[in-house]
Design a protein around this ligand. Structure first.
Ligand code: 5RP
Length: 223
């Protein structure tokens, strides 16, 4: 287990109060958080209710004995803890490396507070080293791909190990695009959302409230 991820996850666990409704992110760092949260909830007899951002996270949390409910069974989510693939100094980020961006964004946008747990390798002066995932419905996907190609965004279908296109929890495809040459990311975010067939993209702008960085022990708050 990566010590820096463990440290960031532990810092996040320390911020979870009793009786919280907690959004559980996806990915390796979020998984460590889920493990540590379950241990703390058990040891301290905490009353914690969770909402999962992927099928994998749901199975993991249930396996650790956490109470996991459907997102529509709760009226609020107090805090969500998730990882990120890349974060800039304003705490904007790219997510979706694990293809869970759609549910991650739905849970995040309905959370009072969003905490991201990372190690410092995820921090970059500007976004774009990491490819941006775009989730697209299967019907007509190649037309979206062609459009992205015309825009010089160098689209690549995300594939599974067997070479088939990866299918998300919602039954869609992921196209990863290169945004390293794009200066106006909020504009790109709006344009992607407006494209028919695009369900969601992995740009999370002004979503993260607190960034916990494992190797430095920093808690960075969004201004
Ligand atoms: C999944 C995500 C993850 O949060 C992101 O990929 C970071 O994962 P990890 O903690 O394993 O580096 O967005 O869709």
């Amino acid at each position: 287990m990566n010590d820096h991820k463990v440290k960031a996850a532990q810092m996040a666990v320390d911020l979870i109060p009793n009786q919280a409704i907690v959004g559980l992110g996806s990915g390796s760092t979020a998984s460590i958080f889920i493990d540590l949260l379950a241990k703390k909830a058990h040891e301290e007899a905490m009353d914690i209710t969770c909402v999962a951002t992927s099928g994998q996270t749901q199975q993991l949390a249930l396996g650790f004995g956490l109470k996991v409910v459907d997102i529509d069974a709760v009226d609020r989510i107090d805090v969500t803890v998730d990882g990120a693939d890349e974060v800039d100094p304003d705490l904007n980020g790219i997510k979706g490396g694990g293809a869970a961006l759609l549910f991650e964004k739905i849970v995040a946008m309905n959370s009072q507070k969003n905490i991201w747990v990372v190690d410092s390798s995820k921090r970059h002066p500007r976004l774009g080293s990491y490819k941006l995932p775009v989730e697209v419905v299967k019907f007509g996907v190649h037309h979206v791909y062609n459009y992205l190609k015309e825009q010089d965004l160098k689209p690549v279908y995300r594939q599974q190990e067997d070479g088939n296109y990866l299918t998300t929890d919602s039954g869609n495809y992921i196209i990863d695009i290169d945004i390293s040459q794009v200066d106006d990311l909020p504009k790109l975010a709006n344009e992607l959302k407006a494209l028919t067939g695009v369900v969601e993209h992995g740009l999370f702008i002004q979503v993260c409230d607190v960034l916990l960085v494992g190797n430095t022990g920093e808690a960075i708050y969004r201004k």
